[in-house]
Structures are given as C-alpha cells and as structure tokens.
Write a new protein. Structure first.
Length: 255
C-alpha cells in the first residue's frame, strides 16, 4: 500500500481546518481529531519516508491536547512511533521522538509513559542521545525526562545507559539541550539507586569535564571546584544529602 504525496499534503492542511472547527463545535472537532489520529497511523505504516516524518510531526501537535493523548494511544499510535525512533531516517526519528515527548509529557500522562516504556521506547531513545543533531538530543532528553516521572522507567533508563549520556549532553551540548538534560537528571535522581552516579557525573561537569576518557562511574573526584563552577548547577535538589556530597569533595554550598 502506498499513500500519494497529494494525500499527505491534504492531511497536513486539515490540521488548520481542525482549529476552525473547534471554534464552532468542540464535539465535532473531537470526532475529526480522532479520525486524524487513526489516519496518522496509516501514514506511519504505509506512507513514503517524507509522509512518515510529517505524520509523526502531526501527531506531536495533536498530542499537545490532553484528550488527544488517549485517542492516539487507543488508536495504536505509540508502537509505530517507537518503530520510527528505532529504525527510521534522521527526520523520522526526530519527528517520532517529538511525538512521544508530547504523548508522555506537557503535562505528564502516566498511562502513555508506561505504554511507551512497554513498547520498547526507552532503549532507542537513550541511543539517540548520541546523535550529532542538537535538536534530536534535546527532544530525546525531553522524552526521557517525561518518562522518568514513573519510578520503574527511572530504573530502566539507568539500566539502558541513560545517565552517562545525559551527563555528556549536559557537559557538551548547546544551552537548550542542557536545560532539558538537567530536568531529566533531576527526575532520574529521585530514585536512590541513581543518585550516586548522577552526583559523580555532575562533579565531573563542575570540574570542567576532566577524565572524559574514563567512565564517570570510575573517575577520581576532583578537589573543591572554584566558586563560579559551584554556581553552575544549583538545581540538585533530589540528589544525595549535601553532607555526603561534601565528603566526596564536591557540591559545597556557595558562601
């Protein structure tokens, strides 16, 4: 089965039509939106490469509405999105990751967070943190941040190797990526078993990225960082107690 480019273009234009329908009759808008959610799945399964990327982008926009999140999940939209994140081209991966971010968060939707993890979405999302595209890194970090609102997902993200990769994004990526990585690490650090690894990685970042060639799990912690460096990461609310961090040589309070 193949879907023509003309059909894909008409589908994209229908998004603007939906906004106008909603101004007059919200019930009709819900009905049309549900059909669009189902239509996106067909595009992701049988469309061209460009149409699949566009369909993922449309789902990302639809999922900003809380009611649409459930409709997309019920229509079976999560599994095709995970497949695109795993096996699609760069544009498809970025679009699908953005759709999963919308489905999982803004605000958080626990049912979707669990469904994405159950569909195998955590491992490919963690792998995409290695992407050379800052947009892909930001989107994946945002999705992981939303998924990390569920306790079981926090353990799975750590087991998939997400902690050192998020630390690497925080250390080297552009500012917009750093902000999302901070949110993801903060959520992940709620789980006690993650706190030591997160704290050690942050100390390396505070010290200017020393020992980058060595896994941060086994690095030697640096001496007390300078005042400007200590100010850079004051977000560490859920981490281990400051007394323990000070005993390891880092995260001292600013005086």
């Amino acid at each position: 089965m193949s879907i023509s480019d003309a059909d894909g273009a008409r589908f994209a234009r229908s998004q603007r039509v939906l906004e106008r329908i909603g101004r007059s009759c919200s019930s009709t808008a819900v009905l049309v939106s549900a059909h669009q959610s189902i239509g996106c799945k067909a595009l992701m399964l049988f469309g061209t490469d460009e149409q699949k990327a566009n369909a993922a982008g449309c789902l990302s926009q639809l999922a900003t509405d809380e009611n649409r999140k459930q409709e997309i999940r019920d229509a079976g939209g999560i599994s095709p999105l995970v497949a695109l994140v795993s096996h699609g081209n760069d544009a498809q991966k970025e679009g699908a990751a953005g759709a999963l971010w919308s489905l999982a968060g803004n605000p958080g939707n626990e049912d979707n967070q669990v469904a994405i993890a159950s569909s195998g979405g955590i491992v490919p999302m963690v792998r995409l943190l290695k992407s050379s595209s800052s947009g892909v890194q930001e989107t994946c970090a945002g999705t992981l941040s939303a998924l990390a609102e569920v306790a079981e997902n926090r353990v799975c993200i750590a087991d998939a190797g997400g902690l050192p990769l998020l630390i690497d994004v925080l250390d080297k990526a552009p500012v917009e990526c750093k902000e999302v990585a901070v949110a993801a690490l903060s959520n992940l650090a709620i789980t006690t078993s993650n706190q030591k690894d997160v704290a050690q990685g942050l100390v390396v970042v505070l010290a200017g990225g020393i020992a980058r060639s060595v896994s941060f799990r086994h690095c030697h912690l640096p001496p007390r960082p300078t005042r400007p460096l200590r100010r850079r990461l004051g977000f560490c609310g859920p981490l281990a107690p400051r007394a323990n961090a000070r005993a390891r040589g880092g995260l001292r309070p600013v005086r």
